[in-house]
Design a protein around this ligand. Structure first.
Ligand code: PMT
Length: 401
């Protein structure tokens, strides 16, 4: 069943050429089982007629803040309260600016101010307007306040320019909206996720590391938040922003990650160990930059502490999910790690192939636990993360009951 089933969605259409694509969005939302009420700004009505939205939504279209008939029953408040979710598509630069300022000078902006429902923005505008600091700042502030955003896409624009600013496709907007209604399967649960690589110093300017970008772990933290969990994200050096709502702790080395996890593991219900922690560190990193010479160089490596194993060795361990990154004998090695590290679940991750695992945007997992297994077919890491979090919630719930 779609997350949009029986949801009441207010679609706000502001005035941009992408307004015509909002018609397709109405169809997508209704196909997903949602009821849709459309609100149009004055400018939007110059691009697309009300009747088209009315025909597709099966509901009258709302345009006027001071419509005497509707306002007899406080129409703007009624629409704001009716909504389970609000989507602004397209969200023009002007509308974003008004939203950030808290304006209430038309029906659309007033509803955004008066609703307690989650709001999703689908920005669309000229690429230069999108890249203007004012717009960037408006969007960043709105996201910090808890609004969500999808797109914009990059490509040829109606104005003849090329770049970012095209409204996301209706199918992507509908999917992002459905994500607002993820079942709260981890409500009240505390989750600790590790992500990214570690850096093991050779000297003050060089280090040993691996190809992890942190994408998989960050997506898991985001998915756990969406499922209602309280999330701590401990990550190595990455160039990603932590999901808002997660308590993020940045570390550098395996040793620092070990200490950060141990300091935070108390009261954690679920530990997801996605980090690609170095198995070895340099025994004695040089305190000054090593000088080059013509002879070969040997470095003595010493094993790092196994963080995951240390967590499961505790007297009251959390539900522990490990990853097994393998280039060969995937399931065999994963099963052995499940046993050896006393895990509740392990996600076997084929690595060393293009398009999966390290560095890539997609992944594929074989998830094993005592009494079950499931294959998560190749998909974007965000999708895999939601599927894995759903699975973790189910198996964790069974263990607790
Ligand atoms: O970051 P991305 O680019 O998105 O890539 C994602 C990923 C490929 C890194 C991720 O999906 C993944 O597979 N992570 C585990 C990587 C790994 O270190 O696997 P491993 O098989 O070497 O380790 C087994 C488990 O022990 C892992 O859960 C690991 O976090 C943990 N471990 C390992 C060593 C150590 N010293 N302490 C640990 O806790």
């Amino acid at each position: 069943m779609s997350n949009l089933e029986n949801k009441r969605i207010v679609l706000i259409v502001s005035g941009g050429i992408a307004a015509y694509k909002a018609l397709e969005l109405v169809r997508r939302l209704r196909d997903g089982g949602a009821s849709v009420r459309v609100v149009m700004t004055e400018a939007a009505q110059r691009f697309v007629g009300q009747l088209s939205f009315q025909a597709l939504s099966g509901e009258p279209v709302h345009t006027d803040l001071l419509d005497p008939a509707a306002e007899a029953a406080m129409g703007h408040i009624e629409i704001a309260r009716w909504a389970d979710g609000v989507v602004v598509a397209p969200a023009t630069a002007d509308f974003l600016a008004r939203l950030r300022a808290g304006a209430a000078n038309d029906l659309a902006s007033t509803i955004c101010l008066a609703t307690s429902a989650p709001i999703l923005l689908a920005p669309a505008m000229n690429q230069q307007m999108w890249q203007n600091m004012a717009t960037k700042d408006n969007v960043a502030t709105l996201i910090k306040r808890g609004l969500r955003s999808v797109g914009p896409d990059s490509g040829a624009q109606a104005c003849g320019e090329f770049g970012p600013g095209r409204m996301a496709e209706p199918v992507a907007i509908a999917a992002a909206l459905a994500d607002l209604f993820v079942p709260q399967t981890l409500s009240g649960i505390r989750v600790l996720v590790t992500a990214g690589p570690t850096h093991e110093a050779i000297d003050p300017v060089r280090y040993l590391t691996n190809r992890s970008t942190g994408k998989m772990g960050f997506a898991l933290a985001q998915a756990a938040l969406e499922a209602g969990a309280e999330v701590i994200l401990i990550h190595g050096p990455v160039s990603l922003s932590a999901p808002s709502g997660a308590a993020a702790i940045a570390v550098v080395s395996a040793d620092e990650m070990f200490h950060a996890v141990m300091e935070n593991i108390k009261n954690i219900d679920i530990f997801i160990s996605c980090a690609a922690v170095a198995d070895y560190r340099i025994e004695s990193p040089a305190t000054q930059k090593r000088k080059k010479n013509d002879t070969s160089l040997s470095l003595t490596l010493t094993p790092t502490r196994d963080i995951l194993k240390s967590v499961t060795a505790q007297s009251m361990p959390p539900f522990a999910v490990g990853f097994a990154a393998e280039t060969e004998n995937l399931l065999e090695h994963a099963r052995s790690k499940l046993e050896r590290k006393s895990l509740d679940m392990i996600a076997a991750n084929q690595v060393g192939v293009k398009g999966l695992g390290f560095e890539s945007s997609d992944n594929e997992l074989h998830v094993l636990w005592k009494g079950g297994q499931q294959h998560l077919a190749k998909a974007p890491k965000e999708v895999i993360a939601r599927q894995l979090v759903g699975l973790i919630a189910r198996v964790h719930g069974q263990k607790e009951s």
